[in-house]
Design a protein around this ligand. Structure first.
Ligand code: CO
Length: 207
């Protein structure tokens, strides 16, 4: 007997439903993927990338980790980014954070959480750099503001990679967007941190 039978049952229903709507759907996907978007989001189970922006399999290339971080030495994230930009010729890279992010919250706590504190250190660094601004908010609002600031920092990090900078240098159109998602109502907010050139990156760095 298969383990987790409910999930296999769900899978059969899902595949059947898609084939009902479009009998050639899976056959087309086998031949190629041609997504226009790369999603860099949080691993949080409440932020399912494809569903919240209504995209089908094949339409969104996805990388997720705790607190949607883009770290300059993270070969996993950089490999996804390189494949997306250089091979798939993705046009838009969306960094999407979310309010109430557990990673951001943990980064603000004083008690230790083990290994992950090394990962979350990147968020603590942002917190430290913006401590004067953040101190004005009560705790819950401070977490949410840090979630927003984290998105903007990660947009800058994407724009600072060799991958995106080389793409811009050779004239490839790649735009990086910073969004934040509210679990409370399912809606996205644009952080107005859109960059598609070195000049845009320079302007965002000053923000
Ligand atoms: Co999160």
């Amino acid at each position: 007997m298969k383990a987790l039978p409910l999930l296999f049952e769900n899978n059969r229903k899902w595949a059947f439903q898609i084939s009902q709507n479009d009998p050639h759907f899976f056959a087309k996907l086998v031949r190629q993927q041609n997504p226009e978007y790369l999603w860099i989001g949080c691993s949080d189970s409440r932020v399912p990338a494809n569903q919240i922006i209504g995209l089908l399999p094949g339409e969104l290339f996805v990388h997720r980790n705790v607190a949607n971080l883009v770290i300059h030495t993270d070969m996993n994230c950089l490999s996804v980014l390189q494949y997306a930009v250089e091979i798939l010729k993705i046009k838009h890279i969306i960094v999407c954070g979310h309010y109430g992010c557990g990673g951001v919250r943990a980064a603000m706590e004083s008690q230790p959480h083990g290994l992950i504190d090394n990962w979350l250190r990147h968020i603590r660094d942002i917190h430290q750099r913006r401590s004067v601004e953040l101190a004005r908010f009560p705790l819950e609002e401070r977490i949410n503001r840090l979630c927003e600031l984290n998105v903007i920092e990660q947009v800058k990090n994407v724009g600072s990679t060799t991958i995106v900078q080389e793409a811009w240098q050779r004239g490839q159109r790649v735009t990086v967007h910073g969004w934040i998602y509210a679990i409370s109502d399912g809606l996205l907010k644009d952080m107005n941190a859109c960059i598609s050139s070195m000049a845009d990156l320079g302007k965002l760095e000053k923000r």
